[in-house]
Design a protein around this ligand. Structure first.
Ligand SMILES: Nc1ncnc2c1ncn2[C@@H]1O[C@H](COP(=O)(O)OP(=O)(O)O)[C@@H](O)[C@H]1O
Ligand SMILES: [Mg+2]
Length: 201
């Protein structure tokens, strides 16, 4: 399966989502994460060689792709329309991570305005949701009002997510009481992806 993670705005959880969806898919079959972002964040995260899947740059991925069942693409930040068109055509699913913040939601709406006419199969993932505030609920209302498909599961805001890259590990392997719970959320998102995929293919 080919999954692209994209957003018109940085800091919304694109790399964090790419890493954890790749970790989930790797539990099923060999998975390659292609880091196409100029900041090379996923490659930096993988430097310690503790991630359970392979990460390559776009240039480095060419000869590799055939060897993997699943591809996860961390798309370049602020992609141009023609890049989104290419992704819409060649990827099975486009994930749009967003925080519940208004400006991030607004940018998500703009991304959808580009993706919809291209017939892309896309889904919004709410991340960095703080359960103590009403932002999450308001964001869900916003997505519903705009008729945007979203994952049932949301990802909580957890400091461990900010610390995991430095240790080079996924959240599952980060020593924090709530890390297992957060990993479970990404696992559930992964299952939503693969269940739909099995039903539709
Ligand atoms: N669920 C989360 N809870 C807390 N912090 C998060 C979460 N997801 C991402 N972050 C943090 O937010 C920042 C942006 O996330 P990142 O995945 O790098 O986004 P992007 O790739 O869209 O720029 C990073 O510091 C990251 O550690
Ligand atoms: Mg990133």
């Amino acid at each position: 399966m080919m999954i692209a993670i994209t957003a018109l705005k940085g800091g919304v959880g694109k790399t964090t989502t790419a890493i954890h969806i790749a970790a989930y898919l790797q539990t099923l079959a060999p998975t390659l994460l292609i880091d196409a972002d100029r900041n090379r964040s996923a490659l930096v995260w993988s430097k310690e060689e503790k991630l359970p899947f392979m990460v390559a740059s776009q240039a480095g991925s060419h000869g590799l792709i055939k060897r993997f069942e699943h591809i996860v693409l961390d798309v370049t930040a602020r992609p141009e329309n023609d890049e989104l068109k290419e992704i819409a055509e060649s990827y099975d699913l486009v994930i749009l991570p967003t925080t519940p913040n208004h400006l991030d939601l607004d940018a998500t709406l703009k991304a959808v305005d580009i993706l919809r006419p291209l017939n892309a199969n896309f889904k919004v993932l709410l991340t960095q949701v703080d359960p103590r505030t009403i932002n999450g609920r308001e964001a869900k209302k916003f997505l519903k009002e705009h008729n945007l498909p979203k994952f049932k599961t949301e990802i909580i805001k957890l400091v461990a997510f900010e610390r995991a890259p430095q240790k080079g590990v996924i959240i599952k392997d980060y020593p924090d009481q709530r890390a297992k719970y957060a990993w479970q959320q990404y696992l559930t998102v992964g299952q939503e992806i693969t269940n739909n995929w099995t039903i539709n293919n």
